[in-house]
Design a protein around this ligand. Structure first.
Ligand SMILES: *Cc1c(COP(=O)(O)O)cnc(C)c1O
Length: 386
Protein backbone atom coordinates (compact mmCIF):
# COMPACT_ATOMS: atom_id res chain seq x y z
CA UNK A 1 0.00 0.00 0.00
CA UNK A 2 1.30 3.47 -0.90
CA UNK A 3 0.18 5.50 2.15
CA UNK A 4 -1.27 9.01 1.86
CA UNK A 5 1.59 10.32 3.99
CA UNK A 6 4.61 9.14 5.92
CA UNK A 7 7.76 10.44 7.61
CA UNK A 8 11.23 10.73 6.06
CA UNK A 9 13.92 9.74 8.56
CA UNK A 10 17.58 10.17 7.58
CA UNK A 11 20.77 8.81 9.16
CA UNK A 12 21.37 12.35 10.45
CA UNK A 13 17.96 12.26 12.23
CA UNK A 14 18.80 8.89 13.79
CA UNK A 15 22.21 10.12 14.94
CA UNK A 16 20.65 13.21 16.54
CA UNK A 17 18.31 10.99 18.59
CA UNK A 18 21.10 8.58 19.53
CA UNK A 19 23.23 11.51 20.72
CA UNK A 20 20.49 12.53 23.16
CA UNK A 21 20.12 8.94 24.40
CA UNK A 22 23.84 9.02 25.31
CA UNK A 23 23.58 12.45 26.97
CA UNK A 24 22.63 13.56 30.50
CA UNK A 25 19.06 14.68 29.75
CA UNK A 26 16.28 12.71 28.10
CA UNK A 27 13.81 15.46 28.95
CA UNK A 28 13.94 19.06 30.24
CA UNK A 29 17.46 19.35 28.80
CA UNK A 30 18.97 21.67 26.20
CA UNK A 31 17.44 20.13 23.03
CA UNK A 32 13.95 21.53 23.68
CA UNK A 33 14.90 25.24 23.78
CA UNK A 34 17.24 24.73 20.82
CA UNK A 35 14.38 23.24 18.79
CA UNK A 36 12.05 26.05 19.91
CA UNK A 37 14.59 28.64 18.82
CA UNK A 38 15.03 26.99 15.40
CA UNK A 39 11.28 27.04 14.72
CA UNK A 40 10.86 30.61 16.03
CA UNK A 41 13.75 31.77 13.84
CA UNK A 42 12.37 30.04 10.77
CA UNK A 43 8.96 31.65 11.33
CA UNK A 44 10.21 35.05 12.36
CA UNK A 45 8.24 34.79 15.62
CA UNK A 46 9.59 35.97 18.97
CA UNK A 47 8.57 33.06 21.22
CA UNK A 48 8.00 29.32 20.84
CA UNK A 49 6.63 26.73 23.27
CA UNK A 50 7.15 23.07 22.30
CA UNK A 51 4.52 20.56 23.45
CA UNK A 52 3.84 16.84 23.21
CA UNK A 53 1.21 17.41 20.48
CA UNK A 54 -0.51 20.12 18.49
CA UNK A 55 -3.66 19.19 20.39
CA UNK A 56 -2.05 20.18 23.70
CA UNK A 57 -0.60 23.33 22.09
CA UNK A 58 -4.12 24.30 20.93
CA UNK A 59 -5.46 23.62 24.44
CA UNK A 60 -2.91 25.83 26.24
CA UNK A 61 -3.20 28.47 23.50
CA UNK A 62 -6.94 28.72 24.26
CA UNK A 63 -6.28 28.81 28.02
CA UNK A 64 -3.56 31.46 27.69
CA UNK A 65 -6.00 33.70 25.80
CA UNK A 66 -8.54 33.09 28.57
CA UNK A 67 -11.10 30.89 26.83
CA UNK A 68 -13.56 29.80 29.52
CA UNK A 69 -17.10 28.63 30.20
CA UNK A 70 -19.58 30.89 28.43
CA UNK A 71 -17.13 31.82 25.66
CA UNK A 72 -17.62 30.96 22.00
CA UNK A 73 -14.90 29.71 19.65
CA UNK A 74 -15.33 29.41 15.88
CA UNK A 75 -13.34 27.21 13.51
CA UNK A 76 -13.66 25.45 10.16
CA UNK A 77 -15.80 22.29 9.88
CA UNK A 78 -13.25 20.79 7.46
CA UNK A 79 -10.47 20.06 9.93
CA UNK A 80 -9.22 17.45 12.34
CA UNK A 81 -11.39 17.31 15.46
CA UNK A 82 -8.60 18.75 17.64
CA UNK A 83 -9.15 22.26 16.17
CA UNK A 84 -12.59 22.26 17.83
CA UNK A 85 -11.98 20.02 20.85
CA UNK A 86 -9.48 22.50 22.34
CA UNK A 87 -12.35 24.95 22.96
CA UNK A 88 -14.54 22.25 24.54
CA UNK A 89 -11.67 21.38 26.93
CA UNK A 90 -11.95 24.96 28.23
CA UNK A 91 -15.72 24.70 28.72
CA UNK A 92 -16.44 26.98 25.75
CA UNK A 93 -19.00 26.51 22.97
CA UNK A 94 -17.87 25.71 19.42
CA UNK A 95 -19.41 26.89 16.18
CA UNK A 96 -18.29 26.51 12.58
CA UNK A 97 -17.91 28.84 9.60
CA UNK A 98 -18.44 27.19 6.19
CA UNK A 99 -15.49 26.75 3.83
CA UNK A 100 -14.47 28.57 0.68
CA UNK A 101 -15.27 26.29 -2.30
CA UNK A 102 -11.89 26.99 -3.94
CA UNK A 103 -9.37 26.80 -1.10
CA UNK A 104 -11.34 24.63 1.40
CA UNK A 105 -10.21 27.11 4.05
CA UNK A 106 -12.65 29.08 6.17
CA UNK A 107 -14.67 31.42 3.90
CA UNK A 108 -14.07 35.09 4.63
CA UNK A 109 -17.47 35.95 3.06
CA UNK A 110 -19.26 33.46 5.32
CA UNK A 111 -17.26 34.72 8.29
CA UNK A 112 -18.37 38.32 7.61
CA UNK A 113 -22.04 37.33 7.36
CA UNK A 114 -21.88 35.16 10.47
CA UNK A 115 -20.19 37.95 12.46
CA UNK A 116 -22.92 40.43 11.45
CA UNK A 117 -25.60 38.03 12.73
CA UNK A 118 -23.62 37.17 15.85
CA UNK A 119 -23.22 40.83 16.73
CA UNK A 120 -27.01 41.34 16.57
CA UNK A 121 -27.70 38.27 18.73
CA UNK A 122 -24.86 39.10 21.18
CA UNK A 123 -23.04 35.83 20.44
CA UNK A 124 -19.72 37.02 19.03
CA UNK A 125 -16.81 34.58 19.28
CA UNK A 126 -13.92 35.21 21.67
CA UNK A 127 -11.49 33.30 19.45
CA UNK A 128 -11.38 32.22 15.81
CA UNK A 129 -9.21 29.22 14.88
CA UNK A 130 -8.56 29.37 11.12
CA UNK A 131 -7.01 26.15 9.77
CA UNK A 132 -4.50 26.30 6.91
CA UNK A 133 -6.00 23.35 5.05
CA UNK A 134 -3.50 21.10 3.25
CA UNK A 135 -0.76 23.67 3.97
CA UNK A 136 -2.23 26.68 2.13
CA UNK A 137 -2.69 29.77 4.31
CA UNK A 138 -6.10 31.26 4.99
CA UNK A 139 -6.62 34.89 3.92
CA UNK A 140 -5.11 36.14 7.16
CA UNK A 141 -5.06 39.86 6.31
CA UNK A 142 -8.84 39.82 5.74
CA UNK A 143 -9.46 37.69 8.85
CA UNK A 144 -7.27 40.00 10.93
CA UNK A 145 -9.18 43.07 9.70
CA UNK A 146 -12.43 41.43 10.87
CA UNK A 147 -10.85 40.57 14.24
CA UNK A 148 -10.10 44.24 14.93
CA UNK A 149 -13.62 45.21 13.86
CA UNK A 150 -15.38 42.57 16.01
CA UNK A 151 -12.84 42.10 18.81
CA UNK A 152 -12.02 38.40 18.57
CA UNK A 153 -8.58 36.82 19.01
CA UNK A 154 -6.92 34.49 16.46
CA UNK A 155 -5.15 31.14 16.89
CA UNK A 156 -3.88 29.80 13.55
CA UNK A 157 -4.04 26.01 13.33
CA UNK A 158 -1.02 25.57 11.06
CA UNK A 159 -0.70 21.84 11.76
CA UNK A 160 -0.40 21.29 7.98
CA UNK A 161 1.60 24.33 7.15
CA UNK A 162 5.13 24.71 8.53
CA UNK A 163 7.32 25.70 5.58
CA UNK A 164 4.43 27.42 3.78
CA UNK A 165 4.24 31.14 3.02
CA UNK A 166 1.58 33.81 2.95
CA UNK A 167 2.30 37.05 1.08
CA UNK A 168 5.95 35.94 0.80
CA UNK A 169 6.45 35.58 4.56
CA UNK A 170 6.55 32.34 6.57
CA UNK A 171 3.36 30.96 8.08
CA UNK A 172 3.94 31.29 11.83
CA UNK A 173 5.21 34.87 11.92
CA UNK A 174 1.94 35.72 13.73
CA UNK A 175 1.66 39.16 12.17
CA UNK A 176 -2.07 38.56 11.75
CA UNK A 177 -2.70 36.36 14.80
CA UNK A 178 -2.05 35.94 18.52
CA UNK A 179 -0.66 32.41 18.33
CA UNK A 180 0.17 29.87 15.59
CA UNK A 181 0.22 26.12 16.29
CA UNK A 182 2.16 23.41 14.40
CA UNK A 183 1.89 19.60 14.55
CA UNK A 184 4.83 17.23 14.29
CA UNK A 185 2.89 13.99 13.93
CA UNK A 186 4.69 11.66 11.43
CA UNK A 187 2.30 12.41 8.54
CA UNK A 188 2.87 16.18 8.87
CA UNK A 189 5.65 18.23 7.22
CA UNK A 190 8.33 17.57 9.87
CA UNK A 191 8.05 15.09 12.75
CA UNK A 192 9.05 14.47 16.35
CA UNK A 193 6.99 11.23 16.58
CA UNK A 194 4.32 13.01 18.57
CA UNK A 195 4.73 16.71 19.14
CA UNK A 196 3.60 20.24 18.50
CA UNK A 197 4.55 23.85 19.04
CA UNK A 198 2.90 27.20 19.67
CA UNK A 199 4.63 30.35 18.41
CA UNK A 200 3.70 33.93 19.30
CA UNK A 201 5.04 37.48 19.43
CA UNK A 202 3.27 38.11 22.74
CA UNK A 203 5.59 37.53 25.75
CA UNK A 204 2.70 37.25 28.18
CA UNK A 205 0.93 34.54 26.15
CA UNK A 206 4.26 32.69 25.78
CA UNK A 207 4.82 32.84 29.56
CA UNK A 208 1.31 31.54 30.25
CA UNK A 209 1.76 28.66 27.80
CA UNK A 210 5.15 27.75 29.32
CA UNK A 211 3.53 27.58 32.75
CA UNK A 212 0.51 25.58 31.58
CA UNK A 213 2.76 23.09 29.74
CA UNK A 214 4.38 22.06 33.02
CA UNK A 215 1.76 21.96 35.85
CA UNK A 216 1.73 25.79 36.21
CA UNK A 217 4.75 25.32 38.46
CA UNK A 218 7.24 28.17 38.72
CA UNK A 219 10.72 28.48 40.17
CA UNK A 220 10.80 32.20 39.37
CA UNK A 221 10.54 34.11 42.66
CA UNK A 222 9.01 37.16 40.98
CA UNK A 223 5.98 35.01 40.04
CA UNK A 224 5.57 33.55 43.57
CA UNK A 225 3.02 34.63 46.19
CA UNK A 226 5.80 35.06 48.79
CA UNK A 227 9.57 34.83 49.08
CA UNK A 228 11.15 31.43 48.42
CA UNK A 229 11.43 28.98 51.37
CA UNK A 230 14.87 27.85 50.11
CA UNK A 231 16.77 26.37 47.18
CA UNK A 232 14.34 23.43 46.85
CA UNK A 233 11.31 25.67 46.56
CA UNK A 234 8.76 25.97 43.75
CA UNK A 235 5.15 27.04 43.63
CA UNK A 236 2.15 25.82 41.70
CA UNK A 237 0.34 29.03 40.83
CA UNK A 238 -2.37 27.70 38.51
CA UNK A 239 -3.75 24.44 37.15
CA UNK A 240 -1.46 23.19 34.40
CA UNK A 241 -0.64 19.91 32.71
CA UNK A 242 2.29 17.75 31.71
CA UNK A 243 2.34 18.66 28.03
CA UNK A 244 6.15 18.61 27.76
CA UNK A 245 8.03 17.09 24.83
CA UNK A 246 11.22 15.05 25.47
CA UNK A 247 14.74 15.97 24.40
CA UNK A 248 14.74 12.78 22.34
CA UNK A 249 11.84 14.17 20.29
CA UNK A 250 13.20 17.72 20.19
CA UNK A 251 16.52 16.46 18.76
CA UNK A 252 14.62 14.68 16.00
CA UNK A 253 12.60 17.84 15.38
CA UNK A 254 15.70 20.02 15.20
CA UNK A 255 17.33 17.67 12.69
CA UNK A 256 14.09 17.59 10.66
CA UNK A 257 13.94 21.42 10.69
CA UNK A 258 17.27 21.49 8.86
CA UNK A 259 15.58 19.45 6.10
CA UNK A 260 12.38 21.55 5.95
CA UNK A 261 13.14 23.34 2.69
CA UNK A 262 13.92 20.04 0.95
CA UNK A 263 10.74 18.43 2.26
CA UNK A 264 8.50 21.26 1.08
CA UNK A 265 10.35 21.55 -2.25
CA UNK A 266 9.77 17.86 -2.98
CA UNK A 267 6.08 18.16 -1.97
CA UNK A 268 5.66 21.06 -4.41
CA UNK A 269 7.35 19.03 -7.15
CA UNK A 270 4.94 16.12 -6.57
CA UNK A 271 1.98 18.53 -6.60
CA UNK A 272 3.19 20.02 -9.89
CA UNK A 273 3.29 16.57 -11.52
CA UNK A 274 -0.21 15.69 -10.27
CA UNK A 275 -1.53 19.07 -11.50
CA UNK A 276 -0.15 18.47 -14.97
CA UNK A 277 -1.26 14.84 -15.23
CA UNK A 278 -4.78 15.62 -14.03
CA UNK A 279 -5.42 18.74 -16.11
CA UNK A 280 -7.79 16.94 -18.52
CA UNK A 281 -9.49 14.62 -16.02
CA UNK A 282 -12.99 15.15 -14.57
CA UNK A 283 -11.51 16.11 -11.21
CA UNK A 284 -10.69 19.44 -9.55
CA UNK A 285 -7.07 19.86 -8.49
CA UNK A 286 -6.06 22.07 -5.54
CA UNK A 287 -6.49 25.73 -6.52
CA UNK A 288 -3.76 27.99 -5.16
CA UNK A 289 -4.14 31.62 -4.16
CA UNK A 290 -1.51 33.75 -5.95
CA UNK A 291 -0.31 35.15 -2.59
CA UNK A 292 0.24 31.69 -1.03
CA UNK A 293 2.98 29.07 -1.22
CA UNK A 294 1.47 25.90 0.20
CA UNK A 295 3.52 23.43 2.24
CA UNK A 296 1.36 20.72 0.55
CA UNK A 297 0.76 18.53 3.57
CA UNK A 298 -2.09 17.06 1.52
CA UNK A 299 -3.00 16.81 -2.14
CA UNK A 300 -6.81 16.79 -2.21
CA UNK A 301 -8.70 16.18 -5.46
CA UNK A 302 -12.45 16.62 -5.87
CA UNK A 303 -14.49 14.46 -8.22
CA UNK A 304 -16.61 16.37 -10.71
CA UNK A 305 -19.40 13.96 -9.88
CA UNK A 306 -21.62 14.92 -12.82
CA UNK A 307 -18.77 13.89 -15.19
CA UNK A 308 -17.77 10.69 -13.35
CA UNK A 309 -19.74 7.42 -13.56
CA UNK A 310 -18.56 5.49 -10.48
CA UNK A 311 -19.54 6.94 -7.09
CA UNK A 312 -17.14 8.71 -4.73
CA UNK A 313 -17.21 5.67 -2.49
CA UNK A 314 -16.60 3.23 -5.40
CA UNK A 315 -13.58 5.21 -6.58
CA UNK A 316 -12.23 5.37 -3.05
CA UNK A 317 -12.70 1.63 -2.53
CA UNK A 318 -11.15 0.71 -5.91
CA UNK A 319 -8.07 2.85 -5.20
CA UNK A 320 -7.64 1.26 -1.75
CA UNK A 321 -8.13 -2.23 -3.24
CA UNK A 322 -5.42 -1.38 -5.80
CA UNK A 323 -2.89 -0.49 -3.07
CA UNK A 324 -3.31 3.28 -3.16
CA UNK A 325 -3.73 4.50 0.43
CA UNK A 326 -6.16 7.32 -0.28
CA UNK A 327 -7.85 9.09 2.60
CA UNK A 328 -10.52 11.72 3.22
CA UNK A 329 -9.54 14.91 5.06
CA UNK A 330 -11.95 15.54 6.65
CA UNK A 331 -15.36 14.34 7.78
CA UNK A 332 -17.04 17.66 8.76
CA UNK A 333 -16.56 17.94 12.53
CA UNK A 334 -20.27 18.67 13.18
CA UNK A 335 -21.07 15.20 11.74
CA UNK A 336 -19.12 13.46 14.53
CA UNK A 337 -21.45 11.66 16.96
CA UNK A 338 -19.98 13.57 19.92
CA UNK A 339 -20.80 16.89 18.24
CA UNK A 340 -24.38 15.96 17.32
CA UNK A 341 -25.52 16.81 20.89
CA UNK A 342 -24.71 20.49 20.21
CA UNK A 343 -27.37 20.67 17.50
CA UNK A 344 -25.56 21.84 14.35
CA UNK A 345 -27.47 21.84 11.06
CA UNK A 346 -25.59 20.46 8.05
CA UNK A 347 -27.73 22.78 5.81
CA UNK A 348 -25.74 25.69 7.30
CA UNK A 349 -22.55 24.28 5.76
CA UNK A 350 -23.40 23.48 2.12
CA UNK A 351 -19.80 23.86 0.90
CA UNK A 352 -18.43 21.54 3.61
CA UNK A 353 -21.13 19.00 2.68
CA UNK A 354 -20.28 19.19 -1.02
CA UNK A 355 -16.59 18.89 -0.23
CA UNK A 356 -17.21 15.80 1.91
CA UNK A 357 -19.08 14.14 -0.98
CA UNK A 358 -16.27 14.75 -3.49
CA UNK A 359 -12.85 14.94 -1.78
CA UNK A 360 -10.06 12.36 -1.90
CA UNK A 361 -6.53 12.84 -0.50
CA UNK A 362 -3.94 11.21 -2.75
CA UNK A 363 -0.53 9.99 -1.52
CA UNK A 364 1.78 12.98 -0.92
CA UNK A 365 5.08 12.80 0.97
CA UNK A 366 8.72 13.59 0.13
CA UNK A 367 9.88 9.96 0.08
CA UNK A 368 7.28 8.96 -2.52
CA UNK A 369 9.26 7.97 -5.63
CA UNK A 370 8.44 8.95 -9.21
CA UNK A 371 7.48 5.30 -9.85
CA UNK A 372 5.08 5.30 -6.93
CA UNK A 373 3.53 8.55 -8.12
CA UNK A 374 3.16 7.11 -11.64
CA UNK A 375 1.32 4.15 -10.09
CA UNK A 376 -1.05 6.52 -8.24
CA UNK A 377 -1.74 8.47 -11.45
CA UNK A 378 -2.32 5.32 -13.53
CA UNK A 379 -4.64 3.84 -10.88
CA UNK A 380 -6.71 7.01 -10.68
CA UNK A 381 -7.05 7.22 -14.47
CA UNK A 382 -8.07 3.55 -14.51
CA UNK A 383 -10.78 3.88 -11.84
CA UNK A 384 -12.11 7.03 -13.52
CA UNK A 385 -12.44 4.77 -16.59
CA UNK A 386 -10.26 6.97 -18.74
C1 LIG B 1 -2.81 16.78 12.98
C2 LIG B 1 -3.71 17.92 13.30
C3 LIG B 1 -3.96 18.35 14.60
C4 LIG B 1 -3.49 17.60 15.80
O1 LIG B 1 -2.15 17.36 15.82
P1 LIG B 1 -1.50 16.38 16.91
O2 LIG B 1 -0.06 16.80 16.91
O3 LIG B 1 -1.70 14.99 16.39
O4 LIG B 1 -2.18 16.63 18.20
C5 LIG B 1 -4.72 19.49 14.79
N1 LIG B 1 -5.24 20.16 13.75
C6 LIG B 1 -5.05 19.76 12.48
C7 LIG B 1 -5.64 20.57 11.37
C8 LIG B 1 -4.29 18.62 12.22
O5 LIG B 1 -4.13 18.21 10.96
Amino acid sequence: MIPYGRQSISEQDIQAVVDVLRSDFLTQGPAVPTFEKAVATHCGAMHAVATNSATSALHIACLAIGVDKGDIVWTSPITFVASANCALYCGAEVDFVDIDPQTYNISVEQLKTKLEHAEKSGKLPKVLIPVHMAGQSCDMAAIHALSTQYGFRIIEDASHAIGGKYQDLPIGDCRYSDITVFSFHPVKIITTGEGGMAVTNNAELAGQMQLLRSHAITRDESSMTHASDGPWYYQQIGLGFNYRVTDIQAALGLSQMSRLEGFVGRRREIAGIYDKEFAELPITTPWQRPDCDSAYHLYVIRLQTERVTPSHRQIFESLRAGGIGVNLHYIPVYRQPYYVQFGYHSEHFPEAERYYAEAISLPMYPAMTDDMQAQVIASLKHVLEI
